[in-house]
Design a protein around this ligand. Structure first.
Ligand SMILES: *[C@@H]1O[C@H](CO)[C@@H](O)[C@H](O)[C@H]1NC(C)=O
Ligand SMILES: *[C@@H]1O[C@H](CO)[C@@H](O)[C@H](O)[C@H]1NC(C)=O
Ligand SMILES: *[C@@H]1O[C@H](CO)[C@@H](O)[C@H](O)[C@H]1NC(C)=O
Ligand SMILES: *[C@@H]1O[C@H](CO)[C@@H](O)[C@H](O)[C@H]1NC(C)=O
Ligand SMILES: *[C@@H]1O[C@H](CO)[C@@H](O)[C@H](O)[C@H]1NC(C)=O
Ligand SMILES: *[C@@H]1O[C@H](CO)[C@@H](O)[C@H](O)[C@H]1NC(C)=O
Ligand SMILES: *[C@@H]1O[C@H](CO)[C@@H](O)[C@H](O)[C@H]1NC(C)=O
Ligand SMILES: *[C@@H]1O[C@H](CO)[C@@H](O)[C@H](O)[C@H]1NC(C)=O
Ligand SMILES: *[C@@H]1O[C@H](CO)[C@@H](O)[C@H](O)[C@H]1NC(C)=O
Ligand SMILES: *[C@@H]1O[C@H](CO)[C@@H](O)[C@H](O)[C@H]1NC(C)=O
Ligand SMILES: *[C@@H]1O[C@H](CO)[C@@H](O)[C@H](O)[C@H]1NC(C)=O
Ligand SMILES: *[C@@H]1O[C@H](CO)[C@@H](O)[C@H](O)[C@H]1NC(C)=O
Length: 534
């Protein structure tokens, strides 16, 4: 705002011009005057000004804008301050920027200033314009910036437990939900040399992040950990990495965790040992509690090689698993600890469909043999003098939460998981795979030839990149071996070829991946000669 230096300034729509009149110096600036009635307007304004006996400054203001104007700004994030004058040409002006009243020396006298925020940068910001030759100033209103230290997003993994091989949905949630974030997704690789820590391996195909805060991992088969972070702005400001979250699997591949005694429920006074078995010498036993607390064996037991011994199994209801420095994860188990009288005897590992399973009930001193009631999902399913619940031929419908009751005492509930029995693909060896690939190729070739005869037009709607982009194809439904082919229409139209992408998935026999199948997916890319083109 102008002070007593009388500046008269207004837009005059008829004149299509802006005029500024300095009463003190009696100079008149005509700004943005367009061709036409200029001189008439100037004269008119001059008269109007004299008549109004201009005594106060009017109209000239500065406006401070901060870009980007996120609701929350973070330490180390960069912003640009811009000072715009409302009624003036902005050349011939010097600008200053202040924070809490003191000048930001890193900002010069230009109308824009790029500023890197620090922890202590919260406060009230203003800018002031000073005319270089005339005694004119314009000051902006206050803009309050709220700068917080960096934040840690929270990743959510859904579902938490894998049933068979499935898609896993990851969500990344930042505190400041405003637009502009990109999300980066990582697999957690255990780092045994460090405190419960992990290194992060970017999930393939998304090195520049995703716009969406959702990422779908297809074909997950075993326990794994995931991490996300978010970034925005230019230069990019990154949040911290989220804490890891896990998708758990009961599958013993590629390593296994054995619980001794072998059951899902334990009394708090008992000793329990958890041992890791697999193709690694170094393991750590991890657990994740209901309260979202992740810790390793040295927090709740004693480590002896790849075994974790827990002496007083207090307050230890959690999901437990093993992980190795080479990045392997074992099956995970639900363990429930009972402080009171009785526990359910139930398998800690999933039961294979078709196999028998026996549930029992135990007090601190003995296995209860009579007057035991068994419940599944809240319903009484056995109420007689047998001490055990025998399921001779387990099926998916037997899955559920079970507990037992004996003379008024109730055990905690435990989930009994039933896994589907997989057909014994005893030894799918490399020759078989090669034969399969060749067979499929042949079929595709024939199909392509056939289709080309029928139509000279584009056969397939979708185009596909010619490179192997294994995770880019992750959006497809990958539950079946899938053939997809497409007419490649590159920039060079004359060079059209046919590309076929074949994915073979999950040739897996019990325990081991077949040689040559180090990953989960095999891609074969075949480029057929351009002689098939039109
Ligand atoms: C500018 O104007 C203010 C207020 O009218 C006055 O106090 C100040 O002395 C002037 N400065 C100059 C350099 O003329
Ligand atoms: C402004 O003042 C607040 C509160 O007194 C302080 O926390 C903040 O660091 C100051 N900011 C600047 C940029 O001086
Ligand atoms: C903010 O902290 C930095 C160092 O971290 C210091 O150089 C700067 O003077 C501080 N600014 C204010 C306004 O306190
Ligand atoms: C404007 O800034 C220039 C340097 O950018 C300086 O030399 C000049 O004295 C300043 N003028 C005013 C009126 O502040
Ligand atoms: C600044 O942000 C913090 C944390 O988000 C919040 O608690 C505080 O109320 C905010 N302050 C202002 C002035 O908006
Ligand atoms: C390990 O974690 C503890 C607390 O959990 C911490 O005090 C210590 O500094 C950490 N050590 C390393 C090497 O990160
Ligand atoms: C286990 O956790 C403890 C304490 O948090 C830490 O000092 C130790 O390094 C961790 N060990 C491994 C193998 O992660
Ligand atoms: C662990 O419990 C959850 C339900 O809380 C269940 O979905 C999951 O299948 C259980 N895992 C095993 C290995 O039993
Ligand atoms: C695990 O087994 C595979 C072959 O099955 C072998 O190539 C690899 O070196 C083994 N890793 C370790 C750590 O022993
Ligand atoms: C560790 O386990 C081995 C056998 O697995 C046993 O001989 C040894 O005594 C155990 N060490 C400790 C400290 O318990
Ligand atoms: C047991 O866990 C609960 C929450 O999980 C916690 O509040 C309580 O302090 C723990 N008790 C002990 C003895 O660790
Ligand atoms: C349940 O099966 C076990 C053997 O699997 C058998 O010993 C027991 O008698 C059976 N109990 C009942 C009540 O059928």
């Amino acid at each position: 705002m102008m002070s007593s230096s009388c500046l008269f300034s207004l837009h005059f729509p008829v004149c299509q011009s802006s005029l500024a009149l300095d009463w003190q110096t009696d100079t008149l600036s005509v700004l943005d005057v367009e061709m036409g009635h200029t001189s008439l307007c100037v004269l008119g304004l001059l008269l109007l000004n004299k008549l109004l006996n201009c005594g106060r400054a009017e109209g000239l203001d500065a406006v401070l804008t901060v870009k980007p104007n996120w609701p929350t700004l973070f330490n180390q994030e960069s912003v640009t301050f811009t000072c715009d004058l409302t009624e003036e040409k902005d050349t011939d002006w010097n600008y200053t920027f202040t924070g809490n009243g003191s000048r930001l020396s890193v900002c010069g006298t230009e109308k824009s200033c790029s500023y890197k925020l620090m922890k202590n940068s919260s406060g009230d910001y203003k800018c002031t314009g000073r005319h270089r030759s005339r005694n004119l100033t314009a000051e902006s209103k206050t803009v309050t910036l709220n700068v917080t230290v960096n934040s840690r997003p929270v990743i959510t993994v859904s579902p938490s437990w894998l049933s068979a091989e499935a898609s896993v949905t990851l969500y990344c949630s930042v505190k400041d939900q405003s637009a502009g974030w990109r999300f980066y997704w990582y697999k957690a690789i255990p780092k045994l040399s460090d405190n419960n820590s992990y290194s992060y391996e970017l999930l393939p195909g998304r090195s520049d992040g995703t716009e969406q805060d959702v990422y779908i991992v297809h074909g997950q088969t075993h326990t794994a950990g995931y991490v996300c972070k978010a970034g925005r702005g230019d230069p990019v400001f990154y949040t911290y990495y989220s804490k890891p979250k896990f998708i758990w699997s009961g599958d013993f591949h590629p390593a296994s965790l054995r619980v001794s005694p072998d059951r899902a429920q334990h009394f708090s006074s008992e000793s329990v040992s958890l041992s890791c078995e697999g193709n690694s010498t170094e393991w750590r036993v991890m657990r994740f509690t209901k309260a979202d607390h992740l810790s390793n064996c040295s927090d709740f037991g004693t480590v002896n090689g790849s075994t974790c011994n827990i002496h007083k199994f207090k307050n230890n209801t959690a999901v437990y698993w093993c992980e190795s420095g080479s990045g392997q994860f074992s099956n995970a188990v639900n363990i429930t600890v009972q402080n009171k009288n009785i526990i359910l005897l139930s398998p800690v590992h999933p039961v294979t469909e078709g196999h028998p399973v026996t549930l029992g009930c135990k007090s601190r001193t003995e296995i209860l043999v009579s007057n035991v009631l068994f419940y599944r999902n809240g319903n009484l399913i056995q109420n007689d003098n047998r001490g055990q619940l025998n399921i001779s031929d387990a099926s998916k419908s037997d899955e559920g939460f079970y507990w037992c009751e004996h003379s008024g005492n109730v055990s905690p509930q435990s989930w009994v998981a039933i896994k589907l029995s997989r057909p014994e693909t005893s030894s799918v060896t490399l020759p078989v795979i090669i034969m399969l690939v060749c067979g499929m190729l042949l079929i595709i070739l024939l199909l392509l030839l056939c289709c080309y005869r029928k139509s000279k037009y584009s056969l397939f709607a979708r185009t596909m990149p010619s490179q192997k982009t294994n995770q880019d194809s992750a959006n497809q439904d990958e539950t079946q071996p899938k053939l997809s082919s497409s007419h490649q229409s590159g920039a060079d139209e004359s060079n059209d070829g046919i590309y076929s992408l074949i994915q073979l998935k999950y040739f897996r026999n019990e325990g081991k991946l077949s040689p040559g199948l180090t990953g989960e997916t095999v891609y074969s890319e075949i480029k057929l000669g351009a002689d098939l083109g039109p």
